[in-house]
Design a binder for this molecule. Structure first.
Ligand code: GLC
Length: 687
């Protein structure tokens, strides 16, 4: 059951697709207060209440105990104290033995979430603007609640199947020759690969929709040649359009008048990678259409996937901000300096990027009204994603394109995936990536993953290997790193064979993982879930923070610590452990419910599978397009007849039919009885 309550005059966000009539009574569960225009929702929490949701945010799967702020931020250096990341996902689920409900704030401005931070027994949710639709969702189970929320906000984005392959990326690849080195190093060593990302260096002066003519003399021929080798190019596009007279997107955008405005009606200008930029008003349909059409030259060059970046939007500085910082400096030039003024001096320039004053300097047009950016800030990235997805549909409605964005808002999950932003090569960020996955899924973002190896800082071999082991299971499996950091392609390391073997597991599992993903997406379900969703009555499972359910029957428990040669794993029920070293080399060990200390050497990683749920491994291959998805080895701990519906399709149809894609396989109990591992069927099947 979903109930809606409207406060003030909410602006349209496009997040909700299922109309719900607004109620007039009191909001259940919460007490309500107001402070100027703010609306504050307060609720007390029992000690055993856990909180799920808030999608992309730091810390644990259970969000209780910290303070979060919905304000999409470009936060290169984020740590566990960071209140806001790149996306705002305002769904929070309260779960205890005595109550279960979700609250969703459809509010594009700042929302704060004091979740037992000020008082451990109280949650306080504050809408700064006070204009919002609030939804209360009540269902019988966590799974049903997640499904009801997805039905409210719409089906998750479906990427093409090739987007489940391994993708290599690095800020710095600047030419066809460099990309060819990357692809040939992978192919030569049989490291499976499906795509290479092109970061800003492919562009002329970092200008969107251009490519360097000398470095990419014939982009179409290059992309077509790579496609013959089952490889795709995935270029980056940033939000800002450089202020450059004569540059066609700048000129045509000016002519169509699609850029965000300052109060005086002139275009708002702030610097990003290309220098001074203007910003498409993605909240307007005409601006979205204009922007979506700009991808055309790249699409015509055969590109089938993009990543959209800097769309919080990130603002390095504005002329006004720089002038302001200089005037603060001038004030100090002849004055006394003490430590306080020196801090002030330092901060004058430190705070110049992504400055609140800049976010208050520009306006969007919604209908006939002009709305100051900070009121709708969190919609900007979602608008860019929508503009891009709509552009793809206009260009070729017959296929799915890969699209993932940095910034997002609920609603954007219908149009694209997201990556988890600029993480670091830190063990703590490996854990954070794992813990974010189920909450992102709850909020609708199924196609996601982190920068494997870490974006900032220098990775170590063991950390990259452990990141890859997590990446085997994330829909987006991309190794990405920043300019000037240690080169982090697998083939750079002495232990590249170990890492290659890890990637081979992804390819052996790819048809199965794709099937699990598509079934989740097409039934408004979750691919990753907290254990609480499957074991709500098991307090140990409910509190487990470093293991995650995957698909219908699996659980992952990655090693998250440096130098660890194993870890403790809690099994909420009897399971089968498959401890992988490569696609062809793994242990199959039935394990009973309870706590286990498991040896997991650096080159190993376990996958746990529930009883009577099969795991399917195909023969593997070096690209998603060359896999054999008819012959499988099936592993299944079982004590009855088992059926599994494998979902397969052409990997590109935009509106796939779930029922038509399913192939049923059945396993008879005799298979497990006759097996060399009692109770575990290990058999080859042909579908
Ligand atoms: C941003 C992106 C990062 C990219 C870089 C350069 O920091 O988050 O992924 O490599 O910009 O384009």
């Amino acid at each position: 059951m979903i109930r809606k309550y409207t406060f003030g005059t909410p602006l349209p966000t496009g997040a909700v697709v299922q109309p719900v009539p607004a109620e007039s009574g009191d909001v259940p569960f919460f007490s309500l207060s107001r402070e100027e225009k703010k609306i504050i929702f307060t609720i007390s929490m029992a000690p055993d209440e856990v909180l799920f949701g808030l999608g992309e945010s730091v810390r644990g799967m259970n969000k209780r105990g910290f303070f979060y702020r919905s304000w999409n931020s470009d936060v290169f250096n984020h740590t566990e104290s960071t209140e806001s990341l790149y996306g705002s996902h305002n769904l929070l689920v309260f779960f205890s033995p005595s109550r279960l409900f979700g609250v969703y704030l459809d509010d594009p401005g700042t929302v704060t979430w004091d979740l037992g931070y000020t008082r451990s027994d109280t949650a306080v949710i504050t809408s700064e603007n006070g204009d919002l639709d609030l939804y209360i969702i009540e269902e019988e189970s966590l799974t049903a609640l997640a499904r009801a929320f997805r039905q409210l906000t719409g089906r998750s984005y479906l990427p093409p199947r090739w987007a489940f392959g391994y993708i290599q990326s690095r800020w710095g690849y600047a030419s066809e020759a460099e990309i060819r080195t990357v692809t040939s190093e992978h192919r030569k060593r049989h490291i499976p690969l499906d795509g290479v990302c092109m970061d800003i260096d492919y562009m002329v002066d970092f200008r969107n929709f251009t490519w360097k003519p000398d470095a990419f003399p014939d982009l179409k021929a290059f992309s077509e040649a790579l496609k013959k080798d089952h490889l795709r190019l995935i270029p980056i596009i940033d939000a800002g359009i450089p202020v450059a007279p004569g540059f066609p997107p700048y000129e045509s955008g000016r002519e169509a008048d699609v850029f965000c405005k300052k109060e005086d009606g002139s275009d708002f200008v702030a610097a990003v990678w290309p220098g001074r930029c203007v910003f498409p008003d993605f909240l307007r349909e005409d601006a979205r259409t204009w922007f979506g059409d700009q991808y055309r030259p790249l699409l015509e060059a055969g590109i089938e996937g993009f990543w959209n970046d800097m769309n919080e939007p990130a603002l390095f500085y504005s002329d006004e901000g720089v002038a302001d910082a200089f005037s603060r400096v001038e004030e100090l030039r002849n004055g006394e300096t003490d430590y306080e003024s020196m801090w002030w001096l330092k901060d004058a320039f430190n705070g110049i990027a992504n400055n609140m004053d800049d976010y208050r300097r520009f306006y969007h047009r919604i209908g006939n009204t002009s709305v100051r950016h900070d009121r709708v800030h969190n919609l900007y990235g979602a608008g860019m994603t929508r503009a891009t997805a709509e552009g793809f549909r206009r260009y070729d409605p017959s296929k799915r394109f890969l699209l993932f964005s940095r910034s997002s808002f609920i609603g954007a999950h219908r149009n694209g995936g997201i990556w988890q932003g600029d993480n670091f090569s830190w063990w703590s960020h490996l854990k954070m990536a794992l813990q974010m996955l189920p909450n992102l899924n709850l909020c609708g973002f199924l196609y996601t993953g982190c920068d494997l190896g870490g974006f900032g800082c220098n990775v170590t071999e063991d950390l990259l290997e452990r990141f890859l082991q997590l990446g085997v299971f994330t829909p987006l499996m991309r190794n990405h790193s920043a300019l000037h950091t240690r080169e982090q392609e697998i083939y750079r390391f002495s232990s590249w064979e170990m890492m290659r073997d890890t990637v081979t597991v992804r390819y052996a599992l790819l048809p199965f993982l794709y099937s699990e993903f598509m079934k989740a997406a097409l039934t408004d379900g979750m691919y990753f879930r907290p254990l609480a969703f499957d074991y709500p009555d098991d307090p140990r499972a409910v509190r487990t923070e470093d293991q995650v359910m995957l698909g219908e029957g699996c659980m992952i428990a990655p090693v998250l610590e440096q130098n660890a040669t194993g870890r403790y794993v809690y099994l909420p029920e009897d399971m089968l452990m498959v401890r992988f070293r490569s696609a062809a080399d793994y242990d199959v060990i039935p394990m009973d419910q309870g706590d286990h200390r498991i040896d997991i050497a650096l080159n190993e990683f376990p996958l746990f599978v529930k009883k009577n749920h099969p795991l399917l491994l195909c023969g593997g291959g070096e690209s998603s397009e060359t896999l054999d998805d008819r012959h499988f080895t099936v592993l299944c701990r079982m004590d009855r007849e088992v059926a599994y519906d494998l979902y397969r399709d052409d990997g590109t149809a935009p509106d796939p039919d779930l029922a038509r894609g399913l192939t049923r396989m059945t396993l008879s109990p005799g298979l497990a009885q006759a097996s060399s591992i009692p109770g575990v069927a290990i058999s080859d099947i042909l579908l």
